[in-house]
Design a protein around this ligand. Sequence first.
Ligand code: ATP
Length: 324
Amino acid sequence: VKNIAVLTSGGDAPGMNAAIRSVVRACSYYNLNCFGVYKGYEGLINGEIEPLNARSVRNIINRGGTFLKSARSKAFRTVEGRQKAHDNLKKHNIDALIVIGGDGSFTGALKLSKEFDFPVVGIPGTIDNDINGTDYTIGYDTALNTVVEAIDKIRDTASSHNRLFLIEVMGRDAGDIALNAGIGAGAEEILIPEEDLGVERLLDSLKRSKVSGKTSSIVVVAEGDKSGKNIFELGEYIEEHLQGYEIRVSVLGHIQRGGAPSCYDRVLASKLGVGAVEALMDGKREIMVGIVHKTVTQVPLTTALEKRIHKHDQLIKVADITSV
Ligand code: ATP
């Protein structure tokens, strides 16, 4: 491998810049040429490709978002779109592609690899931590810290007014953010997609808290929770069935994606960027580089795309015990 391209795709995540920087610098270190593709697969199809050198990526390790920009590309879901993308890669003599993104981005990368026998390597970049085969994804740690900071602030107002706050955090399929930030911020209850605790249990728990002398409460709700109600309906339901609480709903939304990456995410991104380039140099393809027990590992992209087995039992127990 001599010419490597890198792109960021799907939802942006803090630390993506650090990952791009690491890929570019690893290429420079190993005397490989590196190309940046702007706007993810959309830019690949439109030929928005530029050479990058070690100096192109200065002053970005500390910045959130992705300077290469990210996009969701409908065209890349079609064979014709991927054909154009492949043509552009060939035009620049690029012989491998590193994709920083989530499962959708990896699905696209796998198709490109299969259809055109083109080497791809994935780096997990998404705040949700929902990728199989890696303990952590880039952006997750920063998002957790952002969420905890936001909940701390909400707690101040909750306790001043004896209010019950329902706080929605990101996580359509994975409760990692909700569960960990919930414990870290001292939430009363945490609703996650992996477990259907039932609305009645939530009501019981809140009633018990009131009896035990709590005057305000925080309930953290992941986007994909299984209550069957959206967070506003859930708030109304609790208000109807629970006397004496004023309910407020807060949806944290996109602040969770932003901000300067934490040191953990910068280091993780740096390790995975180097790992991706070295994997390609070793002739690896159709793999994702991840982190398992602090070590950079490689798993087939197909494994990365399998449903992750969530082992949240311990954390759920800790959340239950510490909110008593
Ligand atoms: P996040 O976890 O932040 O949502 P993601 O990588 O899963 O990130 P998606 O929007 O699902 O984000 O996917 C990013 C892009 O990958 C899509 O816009 C599309 O171009 C490509 N992609 C996703 N699924 C497929 C597919 N089945 N076939 C081809 N390309 C796909």
